[in-house]
Design a protein around this ligand. Structure first.
Ligand code: FAD
Length: 299
């Protein structure tokens, strides 16, 4: 499909053409999307998905782009960023958030209603959809422990709901990673708690993050999954890789599990650093580091 064909298909919708994705990714890297949409409602999302399906336009769904490396050649077809689907409602101990709501914002709403169980997620900079997709977790907590159900939109434009048991959650894993359904909302089951204690715990975790993570630089969080029996940070540190730099991308000197963009880094710089770290750790410790971060797009 040519650029003109794509323009004609999406012309009447609120989309951007040839838009630089590095404006939206947390690493501040990545090439252009042919078509980029920020739907304001679930109905608008459905409409975009149906047009893409009917016309065989490749479709990529992003949340807050905080766990992604987009390659420098960008993404063909339609990219949909769900950040505007951000309603959060509370009903008793249940919190329902649309897919584009921020995880941080959702934990704040839960805290405001004295609901406990979600504090662990208070500093994870992803969206609800991305957190479900990744089974995000931190400080002993995981999304899977608080999810009750997830509402999904299939690429044919149909709706379905999965309960927590149907999502096949594991360490940074959900069944959505091998299927292509789109999360539109999730319901979390929390418990009544003490608002003061909830806020104290959130502040404590926020302090821990700021003291340990290089939040002053763009990044995608922990790049690698924790290999069984090891800690990624220790392997990278003991390999002498902290500070290793290609172009504008560097293995963080503050947190060995992070790879940061210290200035004008590219997607290729990221991939070069990742491959080097994997090769050195394999050679020194015979451990394969698997990426947690999703790498998408074209070279
Ligand atoms: C500084 C920093 C700290 C971090 N700390 C943590 C941490 O403590 N724990 C942790 O687990 N992660 C952490 N992360 C990683 C990241 O924030 C999480 O993985 C988060 O859940 C990703 O959400 P997102 O909306 O940004 O997803 P994106 O990066 O936008 O997308 C990630 C994947 O999810 C898919 N996806 C996104 N939305 C949907 C949807 N609605 N439906 C279907 N698929 C979807 C995308 O297609 C993509 O494959 C950190 C990242 C940074 C930058």
């Amino acid at each position: 499909m040519t650029t003109n064909d794509l323009r004609e298909l999406f012309l009447d919708l609120n989309v951007k053409f040839d838009e630089e994705l590095k404006k939206y990714t947390n690493t501040k890297t990545g090439g252009k999307a042919d078509v980029l949409a920020f739907p304001d409602s679930i109905e608008e999302t459905e409409k975009l998905i149906k047009i893409a399906k009917k016309n065989n336009v490749p479709l990529t769904i992003l949340g807050n782009a905080s766990n992604l490396i987009v390659k420098d050649g960008g993404i063909r077809g339609l990219v949909v960023i769900l950040q505007h689907l951000n309603q959060i409602t509370v009903d008793g101990t249940k919190v329902t958030a649309q897919a584009g709501a921020s995880l941080i914002g959702t934990t704040r709403v839960a805290a405001k209603h004295s609901l406990t169980g979600m504090e662990f997620a208070s500093g994870i900079p992803g969206s609800i959809g991305g957190a479900i997709f990744m089974n995000a977790g931190a400080y002993g907590g995981e999304i899977k422990n608080i999810v009750e159900s997830v509402k999904l939109l299939t690429r044919n434009g149909e709706y379905k709901t999965y309960t927590v048991d149907e999502l096949d959650f594991g360490y940074r894993h959900s069944r959505l990673q091998s299927e292509d359904d789109i999360v539109v909302a999730a319901t979390f089951k929390l418990e009544h708690g003490d608002i003061k204690k909830i806020r104290e715990r959130m502040e404590e975790l926020s302090f821990l993050r700021a003291s340990k993570q290089p939040l002053e630089y763009p990044s995608c969080g922990s790049v690698f999954k924790r290999p069984a029996g090891h800690f990624t940070g220790k392997l990278v540190h003991d390999s002498g890789l902290q500070g290793y730099t290609v172009g504008g991308v560097q293995v963080s000197k503050k947190h060995a599990g992070f790879i940061v963009n210290i200035g004008n880094g590219t997607g290729k710089d990221y991939l070069d650093v990742i491959h080097h770290v994997q090769a050195v750790v394999k050679e020194k410790f015979d451990v394969e580091l698997e990426t947690e971060v999703r790498i998408i797009g074209e070279d």
